[in-house]
Design a binder for this molecule. Structure first.
Ligand code: H2B
Length: 94
């Protein structure tokens, strides 16, 4: 099972993930797309990456703004799985 990251490890990682903020035991980023179809298309790509990693974000779609919330529920907080998925979402969001 993935191990929980320390506060220091999380802070260090967040320096490389500018769009993301920490909210308790989660990482959160809102991505604004040009249109609702673009936003949903991105959600589809994130869903594919998440399924491949067997690590799944909470996704809140509000018109063309989508908020992704990452946490490793099985570990009770943030792990490397969340950092990896955050980086993948950044790459897909462009
Ligand atoms: C059985 C399966 O591995 C688990 O349910 C996985 C699936 N996806 C998951 N996604 C996230 N974000 N956290 C988890 O703990 C988690 N657990």
């Amino acid at each position: 099972m993935a191990e929980l990251l320390s506060d220091g490890e999380i802070d260090t990682a967040l320096a490389e993930l500018p769009g993301w903020r920490r909210a308790g035991d989660s990482l959160v980023r809102t991505v604004e797309s040009p249109s609702f179809p673009d936003a949903v298309e991105l959600v589809g790509k994130v869903a594919e990456a998440a399924e491949a990693a067997n690590h799944h974000p909470d996704i809140d779609i509000r018109w063309r703004k989508v908020t992704y919330t990452l946490s490793t529920h099985s570990a009770g907080g943030l792990t490397q799985l969340d950092l990896d998925l955050a980086a993948q979402i950044d790459a897909l969001a462009g």
